[in-house]
Ligand binder design. Structure first.
Ligand SMILES: Nc1nc2c(c(=O)[nH]1)N[C@H]1C(S)=C(S)[C@@H](COP(=O)(O)O)O[C@H]1N2
Ligand SMILES: [Mo]
Length: 433
């Protein structure tokens, strides 16, 4: 395993000590030393003098390594599978998502562009503006912390393209399997409190983000992504502007120093490295809002069918889904022992009412024990004890049903040209000996 160290420096020297409560007290907040250290590591991996060192973007894995089959390690991340190194995209294997609260080192990374580097949270400002803002207003992170109620909420973050790799015929884009999802606890303030402070015009329709990441082409006039949500979701009690994850700074790749979190909606709405929020009097028209990005056919289509841009509709909440996180698929288990499964289930803006398990390819199902969510829009944990009648190969299937009576499909859901919203039931293999 090749280790890419130091490229993903946190604001504080030690990621585990990177406590956002200490921001105001730190004397030397610059990341200069960290960057040099990161560049040193980059150089060591490249094995030669790096020309244009000041141009090396944060998060860049040397291309000299990217073509090898070695697994990568990203500082502050543990065990993620790399799907793309530029922009950086990495997912978490299901068995590493077994924690009820996803630790920072296990949350996937989905970048559309190049993250900002040498971020100084002290100098960071978030500006609210737009046609439907009563005034333009700017806040430092300290302003946000002091002025608004600080909240901590466990909220699901899932990429709209999670599960894309299974669609047939295949569609282009990052070939996410199951691991572009997580449910950490986010630290921040309610978006609606900040919107109210700025003042919302009654004609407000959409709330959009602008981030500090740069376009993959290097063209400073291009923006990688700027999306948003309808005003109703923006005003949701659980919609957040977050500076922390699980009580620490956000990881550099997950939006440090400030991001949006819209639990249960496509991750693409949860802007990272945000420096501007615009309150729009129309559906936002930033990059990746236009069709076909983050849209599905308004009416179901046949697999492989071409769909006109105007027949694609914006994805709102994510569908009902579940994941078995213990044991790992493919393990061998003793027939005399019982096996206690563990996993999580979630569904957009609602909760899960049932989680069913089958070991006989769906002929019979058992209801599993299901916890209630820690707060609204958190995923729910399940445990289920299995006894296997004989030795041999088994598949364990998990299917969730939400409070609205929506269930996961056993087969792949509607094929769509961009490969979004695959919420098929999760299956794992168990060899019983
Ligand atoms: N500024 C900015 N925000 C962004 C992105 C991005 O590339 N740039 N990617 C989006 C997408 S598509 C997803 S799925 C989530 C992923 O969040 P994560 O990388 O913290 O897991 O961030 C969203 N916010
Ligand atoms: Mo995404």
């Amino acid at each position: 395993m090749k280790r890419v160290r130091g490229i993903h420096e946190f604001f504080a020297d030690d990621p585990d000590q990177a406590d956002w409560n200490t921001w105001g007290r730190r004397s030397d907040p610059t990341t200069r030393r960290g960057f040099v250290k990161g560049l040193g590591a980059f150089t060591a991996l490249v094995g030669a003098r790096v020309v244009f060192p000041e141009q090396v973007p944060a998060g860049l894995i040397p291309a000299s390594l990217a073509n090898s089959n070695d697994s990568f390690q990203i500082e502050g991340k543990d065990g993620l599978t790399l799907l793309n190194d530029r922009p950086l995209n990495a997912e978490t294997p299901p068995h590493l998502l077994n924690d009820d609260i996803t630790p920072s080192n296990r949350l996937f990374i989905r970048n559309n562009g190049i993250p900002p580097k040498n971020v100084d949270p002290h100098g960071w400002t978030l500006t609210l503006n737009g046609e439907s803002a009563m005034q333009e207003k700017s806040y430092s992170i300290q302003d946000l912390r002091r002025k608004f109620e600080n909240i901590e909420r466990q909220l699901v973050m899932e990429c709209g393209g999670n599960g894309r790799s299974e669609f047939d015929p295949p569609v282009s884009g990052n070939q996410w399997t199951l691991g572009a999802v997580g449910c950490p606890r986010w630290n921040g303030v309610r978006l609606k409190d900040v919107l109210a402070d700025c003042g919302l015009d009654e004609n407000a329709v959409y709330v959009a983000f602008h981030g500090a990441d740069t376009h993959i082409s290097g063209d400073a006039n291009r923006i990688p992504i700027s999306r948003g949500v309808p005003i109703s979701k923006a005003l949701d009690d659980e919609s957040m502007i977050a500076w922390g994850m699980n009580g620490h700074n956000l990881h550099e790749m997950n939006g440090h120093p400030l991001r949006l979190v819209f639990g249960g909606w496509p991750g693409s709405t949860s802007g990272k490295w945000i420096n501007q929020i615009s309150i729009r009097d129309r559906i936002h028209d930033g990059p990746k809002m236009a069709s076909p990005s983050y849209r599905v056919p308004c009416e179901p289509v046949a697999p492989g069918q071409t769909v006109d841009d105007e027949d694609m509709c914006i994805i709102h909440e994510m569908p009902v889904k579940s994941l078995i996180t213990y044991p790992q698929s493919g393990v061998t288990h003793k027939v005399s022992d019982s096996l206690v499964l563990h996993g999580h289930a979630w569904s957009g803006d609602t909760s899960i009412s049932k989680l069913r398990i089958s070991i006989d390819y769906g002929r019979t199902w058992e209801d599993s024990k299901l916890d209630s969510p820690k707060n609204r829009l958190a995923w729910q944990n399940f445990d289920h004890t299995l006894k296997f009648p004989t030795t041999g190969y088994y598949e364990v299937w998990a299917c969730a049903e939400d409070a609205r009576g929506h269930s996961q499909p056993m087969v792949l859901p509607s094929w769509n040209p961009k490969g979004y919203l695959n919420n098929a039931c999760h299956r794992i293999a168990i060899y019983v000996s």
